[in-house]
Design a protein around this ligand. Structure first.
Ligand code: X5A
Ligand code: ZN
Length: 484
């Protein structure tokens, strides 16, 4: 086999060389790349993907101010990564348009043809499959003069299909390179976002669900057994939840503003835990209580410490995909945001997720429209992916989350603890320091200190300082940790 042929070797082959997906040990580049550095074409580093084709998805009204999901979002992020020198330290991955077949791993044929073809390439397709009058009915003429599903979800008949397929294909390309071990991890600077897109519904700026499609293809084409999708966009990813609701091999964990169903898109109740074999593999950390006070770093870090990381470690994914919306970052006001998470905090959350799946983590931009906020957050996340140690060494917050966040977390734990033994119910007798029954002030304080002592690597025996406690040493590690 020539070197070139070898280089084009399938991902499945690459995987074989890696011996499948070894659990939490860091993965390494392919053998040949290590043995002959001169032949190394791709560095084993963070991959970035971006393509200017995605800029052309624009409302024909031409007024970007009334359409917050505009081309300047990804343009600004890409410039920021360039200016800061981060881009130069990464490997640039070439994006491509996803095929209609790939898109149909999640979406219906009609939906795929409706948004995946433009008038120019539509004539090549079987005419019976796409009825002109039906497609016209799908769009509305908007008050701005453009067309779209709604004022958020605008459509450019000439350019949108190519742009939305490029967004999907870019995430696929990046994820396959990370999953196969060619790249360490990756960040996709893509638009439009995808996590609201359902099988046959475009909504909330989204047409095709890039992250869900990528997860399906990792399963189908690469045989990846367990995939974790973390969604920290402020909105619930209804499309992603739908795509994997009965699948126990894709764990979906979303943190979102919920407000008892009164925040867009309205789904994402903590009671939505999955169905059939997938029960317990859908985790909705649904913040309720509005924005007084707004959720911020302490609330998000506490959610990671008490729910996201324990469950994720127990699940032990082979690959982590992040629906990385930045609309929870400070600078986004209600109704599109309202929270106060710092850009730096998203870098820390990235660092935490990098401890999973041998570091195979791929982040894809979802929502967020404040340019400073999304640039700052993207910069922090890419710096984390590259291994930069952050401005200060990571520390769990000492402060208590606000009472409304506390109540939201308690609810998730109460619901999920029957599926995840690493979570402990506050209403059941729980370990030596765990709270019991309805909580009074002192019990709450006690639980805070219990939580503060939780280390990041719950479930890795020997690395938890509490392991030395004699009274607890005979218990199973996943069963003993008080969570709240
Ligand atoms: C991806 C995203 C938000 C939709 C808001 C609808 N969508 N009003 O952030
Ligand atoms: Zn959002």
């Amino acid at each position: 086999m020539s070197e070139e042929e070898e280089e084009r070797g399938s991902y499945a082959q690459a995987l074989q060389q890696l011996g499948g997906f070894p659990s939490p040990t860091p993965h390494r580049p392919l053998g040949r790349a290590q043995s002959s550095p001169a032949a190394v074409k791709h560095l084993f580093t963070t991959g970035l993907v971006y393509d200017s084709l995605m800029l052309k998805h624009q409302c024909v009204c031409g007024n970007a101010h009334i359409h917050p999901e505009h081309a300047g979002r990804v343009q600004s992020i890409w410039s920021r990564l360039q200016e800061t020198g981060l881009l130069g330290r990464c490997e640039r991955v070439r994006g491509r348009k996803a095929s209609l077949d790939e898109i149909q791993s999640v979406h219906s044929e009609f939906h795929t043809l409706l948004y995946g073809t433009s008038p120019l390439n539509r004539h090549k397709l079987d005419h019976k499959k796409l009825l002109g009058p039906v497609s016209q009915k799908m769009y509305a003429v908007l008050p701005c003069g453009g067309i779209g599903v709604d004022s958020d979800t605008v459509w450019n008949e000439m350019h949108s299909a190519a742009a939305v397929r490029m967004a999907v294909g870019s995430v696929i390309e990046l994820a396959f390179r990370v999953a196969s071990g060619e790249l360490k991890n990756g960040f996709a600077v893509v638009r439009p976002p995808g996590h609201h897109a359902e099988e046959s519904t475009a909504m909330g700026f989204c047409f095709f669900n890039s992250v869900a499609i990528t997860a399906k293809l990792l399963q189908q084409k690469l045989g990846v057994a367990k995939i974790l999708v973390v969604d920290w966009d402020i909105h619930h990813g209804n499309g992603t939840q739908q795509a994997f609701y009965s699948d126990p091999n894709v764990l979906y964990i979303s943190l979102h503003r919920y407000d008892d169903g009164n925040f867009f898109p309205g789904s994402g109740a903590p009671e939505e835990v999955g169905s059939g074999a997938g029960v317990g593999f859908n985790v909705n950390i649904a913040w309720t209580g509005g924005v007084e006070p707004p959720m911020g770093d302490v609330e998000y870090l506490t959610a990671f410490r008490s729910v996201v990381m324990p469950i994720a470690q127990h699940f032990s994914p082979d690959v982590v995909l992040v629906s990385s919306g930045f609309d929870a970052v400070e600078g986004h006001l209600s109704p599109l945001g309202g929270y106060n998470v710092s850009a730096k905090c998203f870098g820390q959350l990235t660092q935490l997720l990098m401890g999973l799946a041998g570091g195979r983590i791929v982040m894809a931009l979802e929502g967020g429209h404040d340019l400073t906020a999304i640039c700052d957050a993207s910069e922090a996340c890419v710096a984390a992916l590259l291994g930069d140690p952050g401005a200060s060494v990571f520390q769990w917050p000492q402060e208590t989350p606000c009472p409304k966040a506390w109540a939201s977390l308690e609810r998730v734990i109460e619901i999920q603890n029957s599926h995840w033994s690493c979570l402990q119910s506050s209403s059941q007798p729980s370990g030596p320091r765990g709270p019991r029954g309805p909580r009074g002030q002192s019990e709450e304080a006690e639980a805070v200190s219990a939580m503060a002592s939780l280390s990041v690597d719950v479930g890795q025996p020997g690395s938890d300082p509490d392991r030395s406690e004699p009274s607890r040493s005979t218990e199973e590690p996943m069963e003993e940790e008080p969570v709240l």
